[in-house]
Design a protein around this ligand. Sequence first.
Ligand SMILES: C[S@@+](CC[C@H](N)C(=O)[O-])C[C@H]1O[C@@H](n2cnc3c(N)ncnc32)[C@H](O)[C@@H]1O
Length: 191
Amino acid sequence: LASNHSFGLGRGKVFPAEHAQSLLSPLRRLLDAPRDVVHRMRLAAGDRVLEVGSGPGYFSPELARAVPGGSLVLFDLQAPMLSLARQRLEHAPNVEYAQGDAARLPFADRSFDAALLVYVLGEVPDRDACARELSRILRPGGSATFVETWRDSDFVRFARLDKLLGRHGFTLAERRGWLGYTARFQLSAAP
Ligand SMILES: C[S@@+](CC[C@H](N)C(=O)[O-])C[C@H]1O[C@@H](n2cnc3c(N)ncnc32)[C@H](O)[C@@H]1O
């Protein structure tokens, strides 16, 4: 793993795989219903989707079901997170897994229609690089959806996110909530 990452539950630290089970708690449905988040992504059945920082795949079964004619790639810095997600998604035929850093995505230009980042961006030291990479791997007109909450030690305020993404050719398409929000941004269709 890259040396600029530190692991732990505090601000700016990468959420450690040892705590992965807490992300799969059934109580989480009350706050972060996967169906609602996936619905807000406005996916088409044939879309190719990238979930950055998927962790153990709490949202992933719902995402995989939303693109039956497309595919879902789960991407995370920590291999143990991806192993847990793989167990959870055992029977999903349209899911692939890749390990690496969100600041350097190992994917071709314009290779995805949509991306999802839930409670991830605040853990990435170089957020500018992450936004630049998202603008590179998405097709023009593609979308990136972010879920953030003030309850997370790594909370990224909406105004900050909006400014960051604006610098990389994204504009806000839809936002729900404020201190706990889901925001979908669209990449400019112009080259
Ligand atoms: C708080 S967890 C959230 C996991 C999942 N999105 C969820 O909501 O259940 C953050 C995840 O982002 C991953 N992550 C943190 N920094 C990353 C980076 N630079 N590149 C890729 N993944 C990263 C962590 O390994 C962890 O699995």
